[in-house]
Ligand binder design. Structure first.
Ligand code: BGC
Length: 773
């Protein structure tokens, strides 16, 4: 018990420190409908461990094996619940949740409540922008709002765990799941991960509007070879620890009490069979006393496949080939650290046999059960197994005004103005505007991948949002349809050969200005949706050229779940606004930005390459002995691309005003290994309207025992400034910033020079140096 209290206290301090460093990660509590779901807090229960042990001592082996089983809604039977099933995922019907919970509590022998889990990734019913968009906000408050309202709505339905935050750092825009986290940087992902956990759980997730968070997917799932989902990863110890683990550590430090192991293998070891990452690092090194659930059938997938292909309609659930059969996979998973098996039931099915054979131990099984019960007690499920709302009252808790307003604000803050030649944007709302393109009058795609229980009908389209804010006329043409990636094979032929742009061109000609809504469908990113190109699908580039030929001022608003390769459109489209998938308030948020009510201030959380062949290309890359130099040959470059860099770098984003970032100063020219120093920088709004700038601080360690990334983000702050206003932003740098993990997994702080760069993108050139003594 002492350990738990101490851990909670340390976590609270760490969160406060992280919050301060991040410019204030504050749980958002500003909505007008706050009172509706006031937390009903349980007094801190100091006897949880003894309650866990008491319950455990009364459980039969069968009940323990049920407790470590986690089944999806469509697989679960009431009999299993009566036998003591542990958890259920993806059930969202409040009446059914309540009924199954009633059976668990009243009709199972020990009355242990079920834990109901769901993927509330960027909103439950009130769908917020995809997490890549939230990453672009560089604003922990946006992540916090998303998680807060997501938890609130989910909890109202009777859920108590979310499989979020997804914190997989990724340098792979081909990978569809890059949509689900904050992009290519571990620091940005860490700050937002902590903010999300804090808002999901609060200080006590037994509160009736809170959930237990589950950072995923442990680990390095974001770097699959070729960007193909589920594919393998091979990486060094230093890269594992410097690049992929930090956001998980931040989540655990913020109090996350569950975690999910990943499908992919690293160095030949599948995530859910990896004792090193699950047990050695997460549970021992980080002192994590919650539980780990496997990803969907990930335990079964560790088996070798049978010689005969089971056929197209059968999920093979096999393939890694690190286990011969079901018992082998179950033993490997449990012994490696999996506590709860999702969808497959191998631990339950073979647990007794494995115990008899001595291949798993009762103490390890007890440990897994203890961890699950501990989380259930901390979640207050034994006192309050049900939602505070009757099923009939739940709908009224969805899409409440405070949540919808926060979603609109979040969407606006996530948008990134990539270019704005001639100041095309903002458009004048009193002029006649044509809204054109396959995503212009579209509800479905605006929700993005993982739409929770969001409904297309909840979405305000771009067309409607523009019409609402325009005092001129608003006209519309779809121009072409995008195809749907739901089908297994997709040849990218959306907006295809038979598309006829005549009407779109006529509509553009008749208007004063044009908003072109282009991009991907929501099925083109997310799980299992890798692409081999990053271009605008179909003939959308041609559509841009056709609109350009009308001579009308126009802006392209892009919707996508990944960085796109925009080489072919930057020359034709004067203004490009990346809007990601903005969620239910897509239309109002786009109109806010397009008409200048909101001045865009988002920054790219991942590099946008010229073309797919550059991938992976990311700002935090390691140097080489032949740095790219376009003047000469024999160095590290793509010779058929005019630049050493991506088209738009990490951290890039424009505004309708201009800023100057200057006067980088360090508080000291040297620092001891355990000391700290401050870096301060001035940011001034040099334009004529109020706006946001994200001040960014990067470091580089130019001489180290192993090569260090050419830049590493170590601080950022999004500030709002009036014209002429200047703000000094100060960052504290300490060993966690200038040290790094080596290839033996040790955190080292080496003496020598550290260069600090500050500016408004990863291309910042202003530099100062200090020495670590
Ligand atoms: C995904 C997880 C998700 C789980 C449950 C899996 O296919 O990889 O991210 O949490 O399904 O829905």
């Amino acid at each position: 018990m002492f350990r738990f209290s101490l851990r909670a206290a340390i976590a609270a301090v760490l969160v406060a420190v992280a919050a301060a460093a991040a410019g204030g990660v504050v749980a958002a509590t500003r909505s007008s409908d706050e009172a509706a779901l006031q937390p009903i807090r349980q007094p801190a229960d100091r006897s949880i461990e003894s309650r866990v042990n008491d319950l455990l001592s009364r459980m039969t082996l069968e009940e323990k094996l049920e407790q470590v089983t986690l089944l999806p809604d469509f697989k679960v039977t009431e009999d299993e619940v009566r036998r003591g099933l542990g958890s259920i995922l993806s059930l969202t019907d409040p009446a059914r949740i309540r009924e199954l919970q009633r059976i668990a509590v009243e009709e199972s022998r020990l009355g242990i409540p079920l834990l109901f889990a769901f993927d509330t990734i960027h909103g439950f019913r009130t769908v917020f922008p995809i997490p890549l968009g939230t990453g672009a906000s560089f604003d922990p408050q946006v992540a916090s709002d998303d998680a807060l309202f997501g938890a609130r709505e989910s909890a109202a339905a009777g859920l108590k765990q979310t499989y979020a935050p997804m914190v997989d750092v990724s340098h792979e825009p081909r990978w569809g799941r890059i949509a689900e986290a904050a992009g290519e940087d571990p620091y940005l992902n860490s700050v937002l991960s902590a903010a999300r956990v804090k808002a999901t759980q609060g200080t006590d997730y037994s509160a009736r509007d809170k959930l237990v968070a589950s950072p995923k997917h442990l680990v390095a799932y974001g770097e699959p070879e070729a960007g193909r989902d589920y594919n393998t990863t091979d990486l060094s110890e230093e890269r594992l620890r410097n690049m992929y683990l930090p956001p998980f550590k931040a989540a655990v430090d913020a109090g996350a009490d569950t975690a999910m192991c990943s499908f992919n293998a690293i160095n030949g070891v599948p995530g859910c069979g990896n004792r090193y990452t699950m047990t050695e690092i997460l549970k021992r090194e980080w002192d994590f006393d919650g539980f780990i659930e496997s990803d969907w059938t990930a335990v079964a997938e560790m088996r070798a496949c049978p010689p005969v292909n089971p056929g197209p309609d059968v999920q093979p659930e096999c393939g890694h080939g690190v286990a011969a059969d079901g018992p082998d996979a179950a033993a490997l998973a449990l012994n490696s650290g999996v506590d709860s098996e999702m969808t497959s039931t191998l631990i339950r099915d073979f647990g007794a046999q494995l115990l008899d054979e001595g291949r798993i131990s009762m103490s390890r099984l007890n440990d897994a059960v203890r961890r699950i019960l501990r989380v259930k007690f901390r979640a207050g499920l034994f006192e309050n197994p049900y939602s505070p709302f009757q099923p009939g009252e739940v709908e009224a808790q969805m899409l409440r005004p405070g949540a919808v307003a926060a979603a609109r604000r979040a969407a606006g803050r996530s948008m990134v103005l990539l270019q704005n030649e001639g100041g095309v944007l903002p458009l004048d709302p009193s002029k006649n505007t044509a809204v054109i393109g396959p995503l212009a009058d579209n509800q479905h795609d605006m929700l993005g991948p993982w739409w929770g229980v969001g409904r297309d009908a909840d979405v305000v389209t771009v067309r409607a949002g523009i019409a609402e804010q325009s005092t001129g006329t608003t006209t519309y043409a779809e121009a072409c349809k995008l195809s749907n990636l739901e089908v297994p094979q997709w040849n990218g032929d959306g907006c295809g050969p038979d598309a006829d742009f005549t009407e779109a061109v006529n509509v553009a000609r008749a208007a004063d200005q044009v908003v072109l809504a282009l991009g991907e469908t929501r099925e083109m990113s997310g799980e299992a949706n890798a692409r081999s190109t990053l271009d605008l699908p179909g003939r959308q580039e041609e559509l841009i050229q056709a609109i350009k030929a009308t001579g009308k001022p126009f802006a392209v608003v892009l919707f996508s779940g990944r960085p796109l390769a925009l080489e072919n459109i930057v020359g034709d489209a004067p203004a490009i606004l990346e809007a990601w998938f903005p969620g239910v308030q897509a239309g109002p948020a786009v109109a806010d930005v397009v008409f200048g009510k909101v001045n865009p201030g988002g920054k790219l959380p991942a590099s946008f390459p010229y073309r797919v062949g550059q991938v992976p290309i990311h700002y935090n890359r390691l140097p080489t002995g032949r740095p790219c130099n376009k003047e000469v040959k024999w160095n590290s470059q793509h010779r058929d691309i005019p630049s050493c860099d991506p088209l738009f770098v990490f951290g890039h984003g424009l505004s309708y005003t201009t800023f100057e970032v200057s006067n980088l100063q360090l508080s000291s020219s040297s620092v001891s290994r355990n000391g700290s120093l401050r870096a301060s920088v001035d940011v001034r709004n040099t334009g004529d309207r109020a706006g946001d700038e994200v001040v960014q601080v990067y470091i580089n360690d130019p001489v180290a025992s192993i090569s260090q990334p050419i830049r590493r983000l170590r601080g950022f702050e999004r500030v709002t400034l009036n014209p002429g206003q200047t703000r000094t932003v100060t960052f504290t740098l300490n060993r966690s910033d200038f040290g790094f993990y080596d290839n033996r997994g040790r955190f080292v702080v080496e003496p020598g020079r550290i260069d600090v760069y500050a500016g408004n993108s990863s291309a910042a050139e202003m530099k100062q140096s200090f020495t670590v003594r």
